[in-house]
Design a binder for this molecule. Sequence first.
Ligand SMILES: *Cc1c(COP(=O)(O)O)cnc(C)c1O
Length: 380
Amino acid sequence: MDARMQPDRVPLVDLRAQYEAHQDEFDAAVQGCLARSSFVGGPDHEAFRKSFAAWCGGGDVALVGNGTDAITLALVELLRQGDGSGEIVTTSHTFIATTEAIAQAGYRPLFVDIDPHTYLMDLDRVEAAIGPNTKAIVPVHLYGQMLDMRRLRAIADRHKLVVVEDAAQAHGARFDGAGPGMLGHAATFSFYPGKNLGCWGDGGAVFSRDAALIRRIEMRANHGRMEKYLHQFEGVNSRLDGLQAAVLAVKLRHIDAWTKARRQVAAWYDELLAGDNRVRRPHVDPRAEHVFHLYVVEVAHRDAVLQELNRNGIGAGIHYPVPLHMQPALSHLGYAPEDLPLTRKAADRILSLPIYPELTRRQAERVARALLDAVGAARP
Ligand SMILES: *Cc1c(COP(=O)(O)O)cnc(C)c1O
């Protein structure tokens, strides 16, 4: 049977549930934008830009076309366009957008293995990786958990490196009280629909406490101009639509409640899976405020478990099945799989369970039961 036909199917994410819960607010926001017909720039864009900056902790924000461009634009403005020889320290355990942006900016990624408990770049290994050609560090706050940015910034400062935080999965996360962009030179966000704060298409943002940097990024993302037909340099076209800004302004009013709901779902899974040592639950650093973009467990015979869950109507997934250092697209970097053994090992065992703010206790129970059944039945 097609899993989508099962009445008690639990998807990985449920965007429709969110639209239906707040349909009147969304429809009014879209109608307002249509009535004003300011589709690029304009009042919806400006209103969301200001409120998102305040929500990030009081800096400045450039709204751009997507989260990948946000990283590229921040790197180019902080470092200048590279010639391909400079290195940027980052993680192989992330979505390919992180290194695509590094390449677009004219740099090459230098991968550091992960902390096997948090799956984040291992800060104990960063300093040894830094060489004479290293220009920047791009940490990724994966799954909704931030790295220790105080520690990372101290390393970067010792070596005079720029830090751009990839916070595409970490809207509202904190570490020791500081959110993305409070300690790095800039933090970048994605508003792809499935992210914790997502629009209805592509969108992204750069947040920084450096207002002059943000103005330069805004110019670069808008054809290098300050006035309509006066261009200071040749930029690119990477802008957030007015309609997307209108949708995001509605969602920003709910994001803190949604984050709380995500944490509740995570707490249910923690409780329902506790005491079964066949499933390793997410490790949250006591100093971190995790926003649970994803709830990732580790199991043996992962592919068999995933197949059984999917067959049973549970929309589990893998983030990500092939680490970047093992991707055909990045073979020119010359990494062998075992160069990053902890990254390679995690990729074979991780499994993302359904998580979204509207997920109910009953659904969490169904997912946990299905997972424990699948783990019991799985054979290599
Ligand atoms: C989604 C994502 C991006 C890219 O965002 P887009 O808006 O899809 O370009 C970058 N990094 C990470 C870790 C992501 O999850």
